[in-house]
Design a binder for this molecule. Structure first.
Ligand code: DP6
Length: 333
């Protein structure tokens, strides 16, 4: 039986993607820049089979997750120009980090699936093609194909080929992201739904489109310069501007809980006390605090002392998606 196994890591956006220029092709309307994280992984196994089936964290899954997973396999098959019907596959995927940790598990899931399916189907596509196809299913997953600091441009309407691109490798800068977990539940409004509602109804969305490219440029420059004092304020500006648009959607989307706000204030107090600590939040109530390795333990300790913070997770830049096991295949010409 043809079987391939691949691993990928989640990523956290320092410059946020929020909003699509082309929904059908899943083209982002703003540029984003993320850090791929070490230590947390999704491992995905693709085995050619009689019929398509999906198991997520040990549970049979259908509906939207299965539709998205097998849509990715279709895209790989078409992209490689293979003739005939796509072989069916049994896919199973497991995260070694809690899905409720607020770390985008879809990013690592589709990145691992792209790499494992490419090997199992013998489509032998280059990484940038896999990144572009994973991006079509979930844009943040296009970034998890690569390790370290990774950018994803805003595409043109109708962009077909739009891969993420590496900006700097994982060992370029010893940043830490300390996740303050503030709730155990799954989020109410997923990121796709949240950004679509924002695009359609927020009166502030135009302001986000106008502001995001310059914030992205500040973040990219600060990463390349390894300058935390330039990076931090721009990271907070990206998250706060994104959340301002979500808050002003109709009905307003409030991803934060009370602890989220307490942590944001505490992070700013840490800075007044001389700690280089800056917050960012995604489509959920957890706060990710960006700091330097030399201060990370102190930041984590201070975060755990805030009532409502359930625990912290320490993350650092890590590598890209890769095959762990699978048949050898020849590159597609
Ligand atoms: C807030 O990549 O999950 O995490 O393309 O619709 O699947 P789809 O959205 P997704 O959105 C991620 C949004 C974010 C910011 C980011 O990761 O850039």
């Amino acid at each position: 039986m043809t079987l391939a196994v691949a691993v990928a890591h989640p990523n956290i956006a320092l410059a946020k993607y929020w909003g699509k220029r082309d929904k059908g092709r899943n083209v982002p309307s703003v540029p984003s820049l993320s850090v791929t994280l070490a230590g947390m992984s999704t491992t995905t196994r693709v085995e050619l089979a009689e019929r398509d089936s999906l198991v997520l964290n040990g549970r049979e899954s259908d509906g939207r997750p299965a539709e998205r997973a097998f849509a990715l396999l279709e895209l790989l098959w078409l992209e490689a120009g293979k003739s005939g019907a796509r072989p069916r596959a049994s896919v199973s995927s497991r995260n070694d980090f809690p899905t409720a940790a607020g770390l985008a598990s879809s990013a690592s899931a589709f990145a691992a699936l792209a790499v494992a399916a490419d090997r199992a189907l013998a489509t032998a596509l280059p990484t940038e093609r896999l990144s572009s196809l994973a991006r079509r299913i979930s844009a943040s997953s296009g970034r998890s194909l690569y390790g370290g600091f990774v950018e994803l441009a805003a595409g043109e309407p109708e962009s077909e080929f739009l891969p993420a691109r590496p900006v700097a490798p994982a060992d370029y800068w010893d940043l830490r992201l300390v996740v303050a977990v503030t709730s155990e539940g799954a989020k109410d409004v997923g990121s796709t739904e949240g950004m679509n509602l924002t695009t359609e109804t927020s009166p502030l969305y135009g302001g986000w489109l106008a502001a995001a490219p310059a914030i992205f440029e500040r973040i990219k420059r600060a990463v390349l310069d390894r300058d935390i004092e330039a990076l931090g304020p721009a990271v907070e500006a990206s998250a706060l501007t994104m959340h301002a648009t979500a808050l002003s959607a109709c009905p307003g989307i409030l991803y934060w809980n009370g602890t989220t706000v307490d942590v944001m204030h505490a992070v700013r107090r840490m800075r007044q006390g001389g700690l280089p600590a800056y917050f960012t939040m995604d489509a959920g109530p957890h706060v990710k605090v960006v700091t330097l390795a030399s201060h990370a333990e102190q930041v984590a300790l201070a975060l755990r002392a805030i009532p409502g913070v359930l625990r912290t997770i320490m993350a650092q830049p890590g590598g890209g998606a890769h095959v762990l096991e699978g048949p050898q295949s020849e590159p597609t010409p």
